[in-house]
Structure formats: structure tokens, C-alpha cells
Design a protein around this ligand. Structure first.
Ligand SMILES: Nc1ncnc2c1ncn2[C@@H]1O[C@H](COP(=O)(O)OP(=O)(O)O)[C@@H](O)[C@H]1O
Ligand SMILES: [Mg+2]
Length: 151
């Protein structure tokens, strides 16, 4: 079973048919590239997969779930994530605080108000930094990283 499957994707903007039966299947541990001239519909297909656009017709499945009508948030909860060319780190915060902030987004308001998250999330922050071989940079400002490290 593929990890991601987009089938028969059609997207119509007014009188313009941007996609007409586009299909993409991605299996586990596979990398795919999508190439084509300007205006050929690459971004529109990615938006239909990510949930920024809803296809006029067709189906997107992710890990055996029909996510065609899922919001971007619901897709993220299902395990899908997007990486953009432009990074969105908070440059003046440390790497540690950038990761902590992302993890705190999943914390309850109660825990945030009573400052219970910093200690509780410490191990998770360090595990992630270690996984990306950035633990020794934990307390550098994110702006000091290379573009690749920021990604
Ligand atoms: N929101 C939109 N409204 C109307 N037309 C759009 C919209 N987004 C993209 N298009 C049109 O759909 C076609 C495909 O665009 P796009 O997916 O951005 O192509 P690519 O990323 O391959 O350059 C283009 O003709 C573009 O003008
Ligand atoms: Mg594009």
C-alpha cells in the first residue's frame, strides 16, 4: 500500500483547467521530484495534496485514509508535513526555543499558563536536536545556522 496516493486529480479555476487527471503515488522511503514548465500545475498539485486547495475532482489518500476533504491541520495531525524553500525559523530565538515553541503548540493552555511545559518537554527538545545533529548548537540563535541547518 503506498504512503501517499493522489489519483484523478482535476482542478478547475474559473475557465482554466489547471490539472486534468493528475496522479502521484509515493511509497515509504521513496523520494519523488515533480518537474514541468511554469504554469503546468506543479504547485496546484502540491496544494491539493497539502490541503491549501481542494481538488474539483479526484482523491488523495494518505496512510490508508481518504484525506481529500481534510483541512491542512487535519493532514498535519495525520502525519503529513511540508517543507518550504523559505525557512520559517524565529531567527533571534535559540534552536532550543524554536523547537520548544513548536512542541508547546501541542500543550494544554493550563500547562502553558502555569509554566509546566519547559521542564516536561526538555528531553523531547534534546532528542530532536540530537536526531538532526544540532545538539551542540542548541543555544545558538537560529539566525546563525546555515540554510540547510535551518531547514
Ligand atoms: N488560485 C488560482 N486562481 C486561478 N488560477 C490559478 C490559481 N493558481 C494557479 N492558477 C493557474 O493554474 C495554472 C497552474 O499553476 P501552478 O500550479 O502555479 O503551476 P506551476 O507551479 O507548475 O508553475 C496556471 O495557469 C496558473 O495561472
Ligand atoms: Mg509553482
Amino acid at each position: 500500500m503506498p504512503l501517499l496516493e493522489a489519483a484523478g486529480i482535476k482542478k478547475i479555476f474559473g475557465k482554466l483547467t489547471a490539472l486534468d487527471g493528475a496522479a502521484l503515488t509515493v511509497g515509504e522511503n521513496e523520494f519523488h521530484g515533480l518537474i514541468g514548465p511554469n504554469g503546468s500545475g506543479k504547485s496546484t498539485l502540491m496544494k491539493c495534496i497539502a490541503g491549501a486547495e481542494v481538488p474539483t475532482q479526484g482523491k488523495v489518500s494518505f496512510i490508508n485514509t481518504d484525506i481529500t476533504a481534510f483541512t491542512p491541520t487535519e493532514r498535519a495531525r495525520a502525519g503529513m508535513s511540508l517543507k518550504f524553500q523559505i525557512t520559517s525559523v524565529l531567527p533571534t530565538l535559540t534552536l532550543y526555543d524554536n523547537i520548544l515553541l513548536a512542541l508547546q503548540a501541542q500543550s494544554s493552555l493550563f500547562d502553558l499558563v502555569f509554566s509546566r511545559t519547559r521542564g516536561a518537554l526538555h528531553d523531547q527538545v534534546m532528542t530532536m536536536l540530537t536526531q538532526f545533529r544540532l545538539a551542540d548548537r542548541a543555544f545558538d540563535a537560529a539566525a546563525a545556522l546555515s540554510h540547510g541547518q535551518q531547514q
